[in-house]
Design a protein around this ligand. Structure first.
Ligand SMILES: NC(=O)c1ccc[n+]([C@@H]2O[C@H](COP(=O)([O-])OP(=O)(O)OC[C@H]3O[C@@H](n4cnc5c(N)ncnc54)[C@H](OP(=O)(O)O)[C@@H]3O)[C@@H](O)[C@H]2O)c1
Length: 352
C-alpha cells in the first residue's frame, strides 16, 4: 500500500511496473500494489490495482477515487487492518508523504504484522520512543534508506556496521543539496542575494527558501543518522544554526532584503579561504553530540571537495578507524529516491 501519490510515489510506481517481469524471472517475486492514497483519495484494487490504473497514477498522480474522509489517517489505519485480515500475503506499507503524524498509521501496519518502508523523515524524527518502536518492532521491519541522501546507500551501510558491533567515533555529512549548491556558488564569489532567487526560480529551493536555509530538514536527517548509530538524541538536542540569520515576513519582502547578508557572508568565505578552508553546511555527530550548521572545513578534505547539490557522509568508526567510510553522490531526485525505496522493498520482501 503506497501512501502519497507525489513525485517519489509516481517514480516508484513507474519502477514497479517496469521491473515486474524482471522481478518475476530473477527472484520469482511479485510486488503487486493493493492501494495508493494521497490526502484526498484512496484507490484500492480487488485485491490489486491493475496495470492501467497504476500507469495512470504513475503519469498523472491520483486525482480521482474514493474521497478520503476528514480523518484520513483513521481511514488508512482501518484500511491497513482490513488488509491484514483479508490478504493472504504479508503487505508492505510505504510512506511517501511529507506529512506529520504518520507514525500511528505505520505503527498500526507493524502491529498488524506488515512491514514498512518510508521516504518521509517525519515519523522517524518524532520522539526517540516512536523511533525505537518503529525500528525495533517485534512483528515487522522498517526500511528508511531514502530518508537520508535519497538513493545513496547510507542507512543500510550504517545499519550493517552497527549490527556487526561497530561504534561511532565521529561523523560529518552534507545532507542538503540546496544548501550545498548555495555554499559552492557563494564560494565562487557570487552574492547570496543573487544566488537564492535564482535557485528558487530553478526549483532548487522550497517555495520559501527560508525553509531550506533554516537547516530544519538537515536537523531531521542528522537525528535519523545519529539514532541509526545507536545514539538517542531528541530533535531539541540537535542545535540547528540557520545558514544566515533569518528575518520574518513575506517571502518576496525577505528576498528583497537578502543583500544585507552578502558582505558578512563574503567576508566569512574569504577568511575561511585564507585558512585553507571552505564553508559547508554540515551535520556533525559524535557520541552524545549532534549539531548542524555552517562550518569551516579543510578545502582538501572529502567534504571540502564536495561541489554543487551532491551529498556526502564521512564516518569514522571503530572499524573504519584509520580512514573514514565515505559515501557521496546526488542526494535528491525522484528516480534515485524511488530506487532507494525499491531497494528497501526488495530487502523487506526477502526477510518478511
Ligand atoms: N523529492 C526528493 O528528491 C526527495 C528525496 C528524499 C526524500 N524525499 C521525501 O519523500 C517524500 C515524498 O516527496 P515528494 O517529492 O514525492 O513529495 P510530494 O510530491 O509533495 O508528494 C507528497 C504526496 O503525499 C500526499 N499526502 C500528504 N498527506 C498525506 C496523507 N496523510 N496520506 C496520504 N497521502 C498524503 C500528497 O497528497 P496531496 O496531493 O493530496 O496533498 C502527495 O501526493 C517526502 O517526505 C520527502 O521529504 C523526497
Amino acid at each position: 500500500m503506497i501512501l502519497g501519490a507525489g513525485r517519489i510515489a509516481r517514480a516508484l510506481v513507474r519502477q514497479l511496473l517496469a521491473r515486474e517481469e524482471y522481478l518475476r524471472q530473477r527472484y520469482t517475486l511479485t510486488l503487486p500494489v493493493a492501494a495508493v492514497a494521497n490526502s484526498r483519495y484512496l484507490a484500492a484494487g480487488a485485491p490489486y490495482l491493475g496495470v492501467d490504473e497504476l500507469a495512470r497514477i504513475a503519469g498523472a498522480g491520483l486525482e480521482s477515487g474514493k474521497a478520503a474522509p476528514p480523518d484520513r489517517r483513521a481511514r488508512q489505519i482501518a484500511y491497513v487492518t482490513d488488509l491484514a485480515r483479508s490478504s493472504p500475503h504479508r503487505a508492505i506499507v510505504v510512506d511517501l508523504t511529507a506529512s506529520d503524524g504518520m507514525a500511528p498509521v505505520l505503527l498500526a501496519a507493524l502491529d498488524a504484522g506488515f512491514d514498512v518502508a518510508v521516504a518521509n523523515k517525519k515519523p522517524l524524527s518524532e520522539d526517540y520512543d516512536t523511533f525505537a518502536r518503529l525500528t525495533a518492532h517485534p512483528r515487522g521491519h522498517i526500511g528508511y534508506e531514502a530518508t537520508v541522501g535519497a538513493g545513496l546507500p547510507i542507512i543500510h551501510a550504517l545499519r550493517a556496521l552497527v549490527d556487526a558491533g561497530d561504534e561511532l567515533v565521529d561523523l560529518t555529512a552534507c545532507l542538503s543539496g540546496t544548501l550545498g549548491y548555495l555554499c559552492t556558488e557563494v564560494e565562487d564569489g557570487r552574492p547570496l542575494s543573487q544566488v537564492v532567487p535564482e535557485a528558487r526560480a530553478r526549483g532548487f529551493t522550497e517555495p520559501d527558501p527560508r525553509d531550506d536555509l533554516s537547516g530544519a530538514d538537515v536537523r531531521r536527517k542528522a537525528l535519523i543518522v545519529a539514532r541509526t548509530m545507536n545514539q538517542h538524541p531528541e530533535l531539541d538536542d540537535v542545535p540547528g544554526m540557520p545558514m544566515i540569520p533569518l528575518e520574518e515576513g513575506g517571502v518576496e519582502e525577505w528576498l528583497a532584503g537578502l543583500g544585507r547578508h552578502d558582505v558578512a557572508l563574503a567576508a566569512r568565505v574569504r577568511s575561511a579561504r585564507e585558512q585553507g578552508d571552505v564553508l559547508r553546511y554540515v551535520a556533525r555527530i559524535l557520541p552524545g553530540k549532534c549539531e548542524v550548521g555552517l562550518r569551516e572545513v579543510p578545502r582538501l578534505s572529502a567534504v571540502g571537495r564536495l561541489r554543487g547539490t551532491d551529498n556526502i557522509l564521512t564516518a569514522r568508526t571503530r572499524f573504519y578507524g584509520e580512514r573514514p567510510l565515505v559515501i557521496s553522490g546526488p542526494g535528491a531526485g525522484p528516480d534515485v529516491t524511488a530506487a532507494g525505496v525499491f531497494g528497501d522493498l526488495l530487502r523487506l520482501a526477502f526477510i518478511g
